[in-house]
Ligand binder design. Structure first.
Ligand SMILES: Nc1ncnc2c1ncn2[C@@H]1O[C@H](COP(=O)(O)OP(=O)(O)O)[C@@H](O)[C@H]1O
Ligand SMILES: [Mg+2]
Length: 184
């Protein structure tokens, strides 16, 4: 679209307005994908393989080392597309919180009798307080220039619909641990 010439004193407010509009457009897009999230279509899947696929997506331009959780196949019932999305959101946050020189982002899979726990740890900027339940459901203002603030609500919605849970906790030294549980 052609733009009329702008007087210099209007350029800055217009620029700010455009940035606000961009944020709103991104939020609308995320909201509609949040609302339109279909119910999961579960099938047996190998959770370890799924996590490795998600890691492979991010590893090439990760700012820090990304350590997966290798091990024998671990079959759960779940919707692979949705679980990929939930774990991608968490992994993406961990990597976005990390700067070159920070410790690695690492995944851990703990196989319990009736549930499986996946922990994603980073040594990045950290969160002040633990977050779970409503604190994750409502979303928070994104601290990122291109962020929607809906990555965590979407991840939590997917995990709850799988009968699972999500919580984020600050680590004592530095960084954050996201803890996911999924029923076996
Ligand atoms: N691993 C993490 N380390 C530090 N801050 C985090 C982490 N995960 C989430 N956050 C904080 O929570 C906010 C919301 O995350 P999210 O819902 O994924 O939205 P977005 O990534 O678009 O900002 C982020 O902007 C960030 O401030
Ligand atoms: Mg995010």
């Amino acid at each position: 679209m052609a733009r009329a010439p702008t007087s210099p004193e209007l350029q800055e407010p217009l620029q700010l307005l455009q940035e606000e509009i961009d944020v709103l457009i991104r939020m609308t897009q995320s909201f509609s994908s949040f609302a339109a999230l279909p119910p999961p279509r579960p099938r047996p899947l190998d959770l370890r393989q799924l996590l490795e696929e998600v890691c492979a997506l991010y590893r090439h331009d990760a700012p820090v080392e990304l350590l997966g959780a290798p091990g024998p196949p671990l079959t759960i019932e779940g919707d692979p597309d949705q679980l990929r999305r939930a774990f991608s959101n968490l992994l993406k946050n961990a990597l976005e919180a990390s700067r070159p020189g920070d410790g690695p982002v690492s995944l851990r899979v703990v196989d319990e009798p009736s549930a499986v726990r996946v922990e994603i740890e980073d040594a990045g900027t950290g969160i002040g307080e633990p977050m779970q339940g409503d604190a994750l459901a409502l979303g928070r203002r994104s601290s990122k220039p291109g962020g929607s603030g809906l990555g965590l609500p979407i991840a939590q919605k997917i995990l709850l619909e799988h009968g699972g849970t999500l919580r984020l906790e600050p680590l004592p030294e530095r960084g954050t641990r996201a803890v996911v549980t999924l029923p076996l």
